[in-house]
Design a protein around this ligand. Structure first.
Ligand code: KIV
Length: 257
């Protein structure tokens, strides 16, 4: 049975924790889907993990459309969400509608995610949901603002914490179906989770969220450098390097084929 928007909203009511992982190509998407992840996110982190950029900022709309289509072809069951790249939605509501529309039409994902909870983004979320495009919000550390915020934990002062709570509430009231809480103190994530009727998806935000997301390259041990809050469940860098060395050795020694 495929996961619908309704299943995700119901999960919060039933206290069922949601699993969310990022994907950037067909093969990874297929494996995540077979393993039963609830939401697969074509995250703009693909700029770093798949394209070798230092930040998410250089990613273009054309690039995420290309990767989104590949991910779509690998997914049969999970609910599929795609990030809107930096500067593909912030200029105006009409730019956001045009971009989100292209993403839905050309990749057939079911929803988009955009970063921030300031008034213009909240208004954009309201307009997108009004025309039938499901939106996932993202507050706390927002990597598209790296040059302003860095990668440090957000919400440490009372003022900042209050602002993040208001942003999450505003996104929920504007119609977002879920909100990512990135790199904020766990007590703040708990307060937000208790206040919102929609699921909170944490990353570096403690265990009291309604679900957890990781960048799959971090989970698999593929990233050269991962954030302090990420957990690697295996070390594919090592496994792949050893397999490649073994292949090279066998070829050079005339043992393969
Ligand atoms: O792009 C991404 O991978 C993300 C997750 C960190 C939530 O936005």
């Amino acid at each position: 049975m495929s996961i619908t928007l309704q299943c995700l909203i119901e999960a919060k009511r039933q206290g069922r924790l949601l699993t969310v992982l990022t994907a950037w190509d067909y093969a990874i998407a297929q494996l995540l889907d077979i393993a039963g992840v609830d939401i697969i996110l074509v995250g703009d982190s693909l700029a770093m993990v798949a394209l070798g950029h230092k930040t998410t900022l250089p990613l273009t709309l054309e690039e995420i459309l290309h990767h989104g289509g590949a991910v779509r072809r690998g997914v049969k069951r999970a609910f599929l969400v795609c990030d809107l790249p930096f500067l593909s939605y912030q200029e105006s509501i009409s730019q956001a509608i045009h971009t989100a529309g292209r993403v839905l039409k050309e990749t057939e994902v079911q929803a988009v995610k955009l970063e921030g909870g300031y008034p213009a983004v909240v208004e954009t979320v309201a307009q997108l949901t009004a025309i039938g495009i499901p939106v996932m919000g993202h507050v706390g550390l927002t990597p598209q603002s790296v040059h302003r915020l860095g990668y440090r934990q957000q919400g440490q002062t009372e003022t900042d914490a209050k602002r993040i709570i208001s942003e999450a509430i505003a996104l929920s009231e504007a119609g977002a179906f879920a909100v990512v809480l990135e790199h904020i103190p766990s007590n703040l994530a708990k307060i937000i989770t208790n206040k919102l009727p929609i699921p909170t998806i944490g990353i570096g935000a403690g265990s009291d969220c309604d679900g957890q997301v990781l960048v799959t390259a971090d989970l698999l041990g593929l990233s050269g450098k991962k954030p302090p809050f990420a957990k690697s469940y295996t070390n594919l860098r090592q496994i792949i390097t050893e397999a490649v060395k073994e292949f090279s050795r066998e070829v050079r020694e005339g043992k393969f084929p």
